[in-house]
Design a protein around this ligand. Structure first.
Ligand SMILES: [Cu+2]
Length: 131
């Protein structure tokens, strides 16, 4: 048991090291993605891209405990805003991202609050969280 835990941590560190650029270690530097680093091993983060004016993929199905990270690849500010108020990113600037962890199963529709569905009917998305 102990050996397998050490191996798992080693793999985790190796993965992080491989994804980092070869820079001088700086313990004071903030982590690039606090949300991802705070998750336990096995947690999965799914990516949704925001463009002007669409979410891709529009529909995403994930297991409870997973996270979804929205990244704004468009030239304008956008938000990911739950239709029921479960989350609201506020404005995400171009190149920015926002992550939500889904602990409870359910169907979560969302939109961009800056470009609302009454003006941009196809600028909506849905996350289905399965048990
Ligand atoms: Cu928008």
């Amino acid at each position: 048991m102990f050996i397998s835990r050490v191996l798992a941590i080693g793999v985790l560190i190796g993965a992080v090291a491989c994804s980092s650029e070869p820079t001088t270690p700086n313990p004071d530097a903030p982590p690039r993605d606090r949300t991802a680093q705070s998750q336990g091993p096995g947690a999965i983060t799914f990516a949704v891209t925001i463009q002007d004016f669409s979410f891709s993929p529009v529909s995403l199905t994930v297991k409870a405990g997973s996270s979804v990270r929205w990244t704004n690849n468009g030239p304008s500010d956008h938000t990911t805003t739950s239709n029921t108020g479960a989350w609201d990113s506020g404005p995400i600037p171009p190149g920015g991202s926002f992550t939500v962890t889904f602990d409870q199963p359910g169907i979560f529709s969302y939109h961009c609050a800056i470009h609302p569905p009454n003006l941009f009917p196809s600028f909506v998305g849905i996350v289905t969280v399965t048990p």
